[in-house]
Design a binder for this molecule. Structure first.
Ligand SMILES: Cc1cc2nc3c(=O)[nH]c(=O)nc-3n(C[C@H](O)[C@H](O)[C@H](O)COP(=O)(O)OP(=O)(O)OC[C@H]3O[C@@H](n4cnc5c(N)ncnc54)[C@H](O)[C@@H]3O)c2cc1C
Length: 386
């Protein structure tokens, strides 16, 4: 029986062919070894999916955000984790929308073909956290170069990426009218930078995600690494965030459907007190409730994606879809855990791994409180809090 919304059936079928090579056990082994899904990323690149959002003229598939979100939903719905790979799909949007034609011709076709990986996105800093405009990593123009100094934290996939998209301050905060001004975006060649003013120190986290801290000490990069105009970087980063929110919402929908599928199968099969545990309404109802929450979040994800694809404003919908889906997938994961009883804690059933993976999306790339404050202030007109 279908559990949900199966739009874009042909695309789903094509993605499932690739995913058939990567069963849940593949992800489980990687999780245990804390290894990067190299084979998965290569297969997704070969199939063109890593360049889904790159227009055809630059060698990509030229798919819509809605279609791209279906790809990521399928990855997570198969028991996998798109997290180690998904960034490449949307980080390049900043380059696509704001880069020069020379930059686009130089990088986008090579990103689409997999020759170059743009998987790393450096925004968060230890002393700024959620308050992005408080970042202090500086980029100072010196002739034909910029000199970068500062620190970034929780920057993912750096060892698996050729390029880093970096947000840095080009004008100190006390010299701009608004703190959103004076920030700029740079596309940095990691092979050149690491060891020449940039160091990466890994941070071990709850889930299998290569993340860590970056230290910039007089790193010199060519002035041509600047994307768009100097000082407008915050706006450029914001432009990409709606796409990111929708794609992550789709991943959470995939997680939720996977959890519910597992819970339903287990509740039907597991016989205790002489009957399937799923015959008890105490077991059925939480699964039904989690299913309803996922279906509702999924509708908001499609609404946000369709607005984005139509070029319409979609900030409220994109934020709501990410939050509703992240909460719903966590709810579904808890229900699966409860339905499996002790077995949910065993690594071999993948429930505990998926639960760790889906939990991230209530914190990153933006935490739940920040979404709530955006909705309260900008959608409902409540007083500004910070
Ligand atoms: C595994 C992982 C991978 C990551 N990958 C990347 C990456 O690749 N690139 C990158 O740039 N970042 C990355 N991050 C960072 C992530 O985006 C941040 O952790 C997140 O934005 C929250 O920032 P913080 O951790 O500094 O929390 P803080 O800013 O310290 O906030 C802590 C808590 O306080 C709450 N809070 C703060 N201020 C307020 C307020 N005014 N009102 C109400 N609540 C408030 C927040 O909602 C949050 O719950 C990653 C994080 C993790 C864990």
């Amino acid at each position: 029986m279908s559990q949900g919304d199966e739009r874009h059936g042909a695309l789903r079928e094509a993605v499932r062919v690739v995913l058939a090579e990567f069963p849940a056990s593949y992800w489980r082994d990687l999780d245990q070894e804390r290894a990067y899904p190299e084979a998965f990323v290569r297969a997704m690149t070969r199939a063109g999916y890593m360049g889904a959002l790159i227009p055809r003229e630059y060698g990509g598939l030229g798919l819509s955000l809605t279609e791209t979100s279906v790809i990521l939903e399928e990855v997570n719905g198969s028991g996998g984790n798109a997290g180690p790979a998904h960034a490449q799909m949307y980080i390049m949007g900043t380059l696509l929308r704001h880069g020069s034609e020379t930059q686009k011709r130089e990088f986008l076709p090579r990103i689409a073909s997999g020759e170059l990986r743009l998987q790393a996105f450096g925004v968060t800093e230890p002393d700024a956290g959620t308050d992005t405009t408080a970042i202090t990593t500086s980029a100072v123009r010196d002739g034909d170069e910029y000199v970068i100094n500062g620190r970034k934290i929780y920057i993912s996939r750096v060892p698996h990426s050729d390029l880093l998209l970096l947000l840095a301050r080009t004008t100190p905060a006390d010299q701009v009218k608004k703190r959103t001004q004076g920030l700029s975006v740079f596309l940095i060649d990691l092979h050149h930078a690491l060891g020449n003013g940039l160091t990466f120190s890994p941070i071990k986290t709850w889930l299998n995600n290569t993340t860590g801290e970056l230290h910039f000490t007089d790193l010199r990069i060519p002035a041509s690494a600047l994307v768009g105009e100097e000082g407008r970087g915050f706006r450029y980063i914001l432009d990409g965030m709606n796409a990111e929110r929708v794609l992550i919402a789709a991943e959470c929908v995939g997680d939720g459907r996977w959890f519910i599928g597992q819970a339903v199968a287990r509740a039907n099969e597991r016989v205790i007190f002489g009957r399937p545990i799923g015959q008890n309404q105490g077991v059925q109802f939480p699964i039904a409730q989690a299913h309803m929450a996922i279906c509702a979040a999924d509708l908001m994800r499609y609404r946000a994606a369709e607005l984005f694809d139509a070029g319409q404003p979609c900030g409220p919908e994109a934020n709501m879809s990410k939050q509703l889906a992240a909460e719903a997938s966590w709810q579904a994961g808890n229900v699966a855990m409860q339905t499996f009883g002790g077995y949910g804690f065993a690594v071999d059933y993948d429930i505990e791994r998926k639960l760790r993976e889906t939990r991230l999306y209530q914190v990153a790339p933006i935490s739940t409180n920040l979404v709530l404050s955006y909705i309260a202030e900008h959608v409902l007109g409540l007083p500004r809090s910070f």
